[in-house]
Design a protein around this ligand. Structure first.
Ligand code: PLP
Length: 403
């Protein structure tokens, strides 16, 4: 497979990311089909989690692709939530439900209320936002979802705090409209046995009923707790909306989730990775036998070796910890990464992958011919998880949409 001019080109010495629009559509369809096959009842909302620069895929590039496909968009910062509204206005699109799941300051809450972006109320600091929202003389209240900490020990009101600490929402009823309640699982993806998750579900239901009793909202709040793993393996957790992150990008949350999904669903849905990462070589050249490669002289050529110097390194998000373990793909062949990964360079052994010293295109992540490097493989070499590998891909990298 030749990736020559495709997406590469200028600037010549840089790597780029390819986003597959068809893979994204496929993954969305897989979640819709899952719902149709095993869901029953009323159709649930399918939401896309776009935090972490859309899991490193690039929020700006991904938003136009994902916006038409899903019902809800989840962002971590108020700025990103407002950016979605700006994007919709610019393109004349009808607004989606947008929800900011991260921390929000009182003045930011005012901006969200004005733009009809939903906010997650997750702690007592929100008491201060009440008077600020009142002073802003809003035309409509801020739409809020209350986060219930059911056992993750991160944001949200614990059952201890409910309903004691959410009384301010009823005191400032004209500026806070309860439209949802959410929680987040602690280890659905780390286990094949869901005892802890079931306890979290019980706590969630208790918390929701306390909120409803306290605030008696006009409509039943939208309940959502399932991220990718629970959406796949815990049908009971699907409630009214799914907050799917990693799997919309075509990656399984973990091997355990795959195992559980096979048991729970019978048939394993296919997920297609949306992302590929490629790099044009800076130079291809021969090194004589006995030459050292890279900082620290950690690698020595035991025979004449044709190397490709690739202008990509840990600055771009290629983990230095993979030194001595990783391979890249050139012309559909595995090429070991030699020596240490550097800030802006890595060296691959292309002796058998190419016949001469003309430039090559290397695939750091993704398919090339019959071979592939998965985000899981790269994460394994780097002793971390694929979530971290993809979200750390440099925001500066060029992102190209392909079919
Ligand atoms: C990150 C996150 C998700 C998505 O998790 P995935 O495992 O990537 O699907 C959903 N909800 C919340 C609150 C999150 O922080």
């Amino acid at each position: 497979m030749e990736h020559g001019g495709r997406g590469g080109g200028s600037p010549a010495h840089a790597s780029w990311l390819e986003l597959s629009a068809s893979a994204l559509r496929h993954n969305v369809e897989a979640f819709r089909a899952l719902e149709a096959a095993t869901g029953g009842g009323s159709p649930r909302m399918l939401g896309a989690v776009l935090k972490g620069n859309a899991y490193g895929h690039g929020l700006q590039e991904l938003l136009p692709l994902v916006h038409p496909l899903v019902d809800v968009l989840y962002l971590i910062t108020p700025q990103d939530g407002l950016a979605v509204r700006a994007f919709e206005r610019e393109r004349g699109l009808s607004p989606r439900q947008v929800l900011v799941i991260g921390a929000i300051a009182p003045d930011e809450a005012v901006a969200l209320a004005r733009e009809g972006v939903d906010a997650v109320v997750a702690d007592l600091s929100w008491k201060e936002a009440g008077p600020v929202l009142r002073a802003a003389r809003l035309e409509r209240p801020l739409r809020v979802h209350v986060h219930i900490d059911t056992g993750l020990g991160r944001e949200g009101f614990t059952l201890e705090q409910l309903p004691r600490d959410t009384g301010f929402l009823s005191e400032h009823r004209e500026v806070f409209e309860l439209v949802g309640a959410l929680s987040h699982f602690s280890n659905t993806e780390d286990v094949t046995e869901q005892g802890y998750a079931l306890a979290q579900l019980e706590a969630f239901e208790t918390g929701v009923s306390r909120l409803v009793e306290q605030l008696s909202p006009a409509r039943a709040p939208q309940r959502h707790i399932a991220a990718s793993a629970a959406s796949l393996v815990l049908p009971r957790a699907r409630y009214d909306a799914l907050r799917v992150g990693i799997s919309l990008y075509g990656l399984w949350p973990s091997p355990e989730t795959r195992l559980s999904a096979r048991l729970v669903l019978g048939e394993l849905p296919t997920l297609k990775p949306v992302l590929a990462w490629r790099c044009r070589s800076q130079v291809v050249k021969w090194l004589p036998s006995g030459s050292y490669v890279g900082y620290g002289c950690t690698y020595r050529c035991s025979e004449p070796t044709r190397i490709a110097v690739l202008p990509v390194g840990y600055f771009d998000g290629y983990p230095r910890l993979v030194s001595g373990k990783a391979h890249v793909l050139v012309n559909g062949r595995r090429c070991p990464v030699l020596g240490r990964v550097m800030m802006n360079h890595l060296i691959a052994d292309v002796t058998r992958a190419t016949a001469d010293e003309r430039p090559v295109t290397a695939t750091l992540l993704g398919h090339d011919g019959d071979e592939a490097v998965s985000a899981e493989a790269l994460a394994g070499w780097a002793q971390t998880i694929h979530y971290e590998v993809v979200t750390r891909l440099g925001a500066h990298l060029r992102r190209v949409v392909v079919d």
